[in-house]
Design a protein around this ligand. Sequence first.
Ligand SMILES: *Cc1c(COP(=O)(O)O)cnc(C)c1O
Length: 356
Amino acid sequence: MNIPIIRTQKPKVKPQDESKLGFCKSFSDYMFIMEYNEKDGWHSPRVQPYGPLNIDPASPVLHYAQEIFEGLKAYRRSDGTIGLFRPLENARRMNRSAERMCIPPIDEEIQLQAMKTIVEVEKDWVPKSPGTSLYLRPTVIAEGNTLGVHAADRYIYFIICSPSGAYYESGLKPVRIHIEPNYVRSVKGGTGGAKTGGNYACSLRAAEDAKKHGFDQVLWLDGKRNRYIEEVGAMNVMFMIDGKLITPQLSGSILAGITRDSVLQLARDRGIPVEERAISVYELIDAYKVGKLTEAFGTGTAAVISPIGELVFKDNVLNLGEDIGEVSQYMYDTLTGIQCGKLPDAHNWTMEVCKA
Ligand SMILES: *Cc1c(COP(=O)(O)O)cnc(C)c1O
C-alpha cells in the first residue's frame, strides 16, 4: 500500500513541559486517513495535516452512532527505537468490533501499516519522559446523506495521535470506585464486547453522578441481575482474593482488553493462580469482610494499571487502603518495563516501528 504524505505548512509547537501533558489534551501535526465505498473498498490511504473532517450532517455516525475505535500507545524504547505494544491485537479487535457494528473490515496488515506510518511521520511527537507515550486513536465512522436506519455504504478510517503523560498526574494513585446499583452499561447480546462509542454515551450519566460524589470511576454490574461484576469505565477489573487473581470472564458484555490479556499472562508466568469467571458483588463484599480481598485494580491501555483504594456499593464501603498492592505494582512495573524495553519481552509483545 502506497501512502502519500501531504505536508503541513504550519507545524504546531510541541508541548514543552512533559510533566503537564495530561491524557489526550492536544494532538500532533498529522493524521492517517482513508475512505471506503462499495465500488472501491478501502481506498486513498494518506497522511495529511490534522484537521476537521468534512462530513454530511445526515451521516449515520452522528445520528445512530455507527462507529468503532481503538486505543494504543507508541513508546520510546531504551534501545533508541520507537515501538508499539501488541498492535496486531488492536487491529484484530477493530475487525471484531467492525463485524458487530456492520462496518466493513480493514485488512489487519493494512491497519498495521497505517499505524506504523503515522508513528514514523510523528516520531518527534513521542514524548521522552518515563511513563509518557504517543497515544494513537484509530477510528472508523459511518458517512452518508440519508437518515434511514441501516448500515452506511461509506466510511472513513482515521488515526489521530496525542502526546500523553502518565495517566494519573500524581503517579500511581489508588482510585475511589462507585459500584453502580441501577444504571447498566451493557447487556448480554448487546454491544458491550465491541469498542464503540454508544457504550460510552450511555455510561456518562452514572459517571457524572459518581464524580459529584467524589468517585473517580464507576464499576458496572451485569445488565440482567445487577449482581455480577463487569468492568470499570474504560478498564477491565481484577481482584486478588485469597491469593488468586480473579477477573470476569469474557461473555460478550465486556471488552476483551489487551492489557487484561497481558496481565493474565504475566500472572500465569509468575505462578499466580488465575480465575476468569463470574464474580458477584456479594462475593466481593464477603471476601472483604473476612480479609481475603487484598487488592483490586483496573487494567487498560490508558492507565496501564489503576489500583483501587475504595469500592462503594450502596451502604457497603470496601476500603483497600492508600498503599499500592504488591500484584498491582508488579504488573505496572513489568508491563511498562516491557513496553519501554527495560525488561525482556518473552512473549514478543512489542513491535519496532523505527529509529527514534
Ligand atoms: C478500551 C477498553 C478497555 C481496555 O482495553 P485495552 O485493550 O486494555 O486498552 C476496557 N474496557 C472498555 C470498555 C474499553 O473501551
